[in-house]
Write a protein that binds this ligand. Structure first.
Ligand SMILES: NC(=O)C[C@H](N)C(=O)O
Length: 353
């Protein structure tokens, strides 16, 4: 990345490094965690986090200290603040890309929300750590270096997750390890690339639907709940979510998307009240599919639920949330959900007559 530039009135030509400015947005997580006397919690500022990493050659870093929280505590309001901050940062054409340091617990949710709205060729790369800030064998410094390198190197890949030498698309990626450092994978797909001593290697381009417009962050933000099915489950929690005012519900069904006739009836009633209901599965890998009746996915879909393909619970919830933020009309919300799921033939949100 070297080129020739002219400086000042004497037209002195010099060769200088073409520096790529990457903005690091710091949000907390284990990568920013310190011991609190009883356990670890996010505490450090972004500058402290960046100071742990080797900044790749040709990259300059500017830090935005957005928040410092364990990611299990994040709310929709936090995530919309992150989304707006990304937009504001990218409004500066001198910025080459963004790295978001984030707790791993809900990283896949924030990454997917950003990806659904990302309409810029410049990358947004999320990373974090499984070991705390000052751990002698910490994984944060390498992850941050790799994320910076990726953010400075790639274009037109949407929002990415870089972790443990791997580059993942936001969509489909889930946390697959509670403690080990190879924390992320797409169980139903393949990764986008790798980061090694020879740089960033990209193997595939993620499929992404047309990005959604920036949603309003004005309260009240829609409530979207997750309810898990299991042996002996009745519709109590699904109905409780409706009573609590949920505008969207994700049922984490068994197998390929199956529950019971009673839950199918409860979904029918929820949908009749304008609630957007989606179905994913407890199984780690593979799509949900309309195969079984007697309370199976065939019936749940007939009751008005939308099957979410290979998205797991956290990202299925983000898809429902994004659809709920895109419109207040129940039919348009279904369109928006099908659009973000990449359903063939789904009308673009807001195009209904
Ligand atoms: N590894 C981590 O980052 C976990 C941490 N509890 C979080 O903030 O998500």
């Amino acid at each position: 990345m070297r080129h020739v530039v002219a400086y000042g009135s004497d037209h002195l030509a010099e060769e200088r490094a073409d520096v790529e400015q990457i903005v690091v947005i710091s949000t907390g997580g284990t990568i920013a965690s310190r011991w609190q006397g009883s356990g670890f919690a996010a505490e450090a500022r972004g500058g402290d986090v960046v100071a742990t990493a080797v900044v790749p050659e040709g990259v300059s870093v500017r830090v935005v200290d957005l928040m410092s929280v364990n990611s299990a505590r994040l709310t929709t309001a936090h995530q919309l603040t992150l989304l707006r901050t990304v937009r504001e940062v990218l409004a500066d054409p001198s910025v080459g890309g963004i790295v978001v340091t984030h707790g791993t617990d809900t990283l896949e949710e924030s990454a997917f929300l950003l990806d659904l709205h990302h309409d810029d060729p410049r990358p947004v790369v999320l990373t974090g750590a499984q070991r705390p800030l000052e751990a002698p064998d910490g994984d944060g410094p390498r992850n941050l270096h790799d994320a910076l390198l990726t953010a400075a190197s790639v274009r037109d890949l949407g929002v990415l997750v870089v972790f443990d030498g791997q580059v993942h698309a936001a969509r489909g990626t889930v946390k697959v390890q509670t403690l080990a450092t190879d924390a992320f994978a797409d169980p139903s797909g393949s990764r986008v690339g790798d980061v090694g001593a020879d740089g960033v290697r990209i193997h595939r381009r993620p499929e992404r639907p047309t990005p959604l417009p920036l949603p309003s962050a004005a309260p009240p933000l829609p409530r979207v709940d997750i309810v898990m099915h299991h042996c002996d489950a009745d519709p109590l929690f699904l109905n409780a979510a409706v009573e609590a005012g949920a505008q969207g519900i994700v049922l984490v069904a068994t197998g390929a998307g199956n529950a019971t006739p009673e839950i199918s009836t409860a979904i029918h009633e929820a949908v009749a009240r304008g609630v957007l209901v989606a179905v994913t599965t407890r199984v780690p890998t593979g799509p949900v599919a309309e195969i079984y009746t007697h309370g199976g996915a065939v019936d749940l879909a007939a009751s008005g639920a939308v099957l979410t393909g290979t998205l797991r619970a956290g990202q299925a919830r983000i898809a429902v949330l994004a659809a709920a933020l895109a419109s207040t009309d129940p039919a348009e919300r279904v369109d928006a959900l099908r659009h973000v799921l990449g359903t063939p033939g789904a009308p673009a949100p807001g195009t209904r007559a």
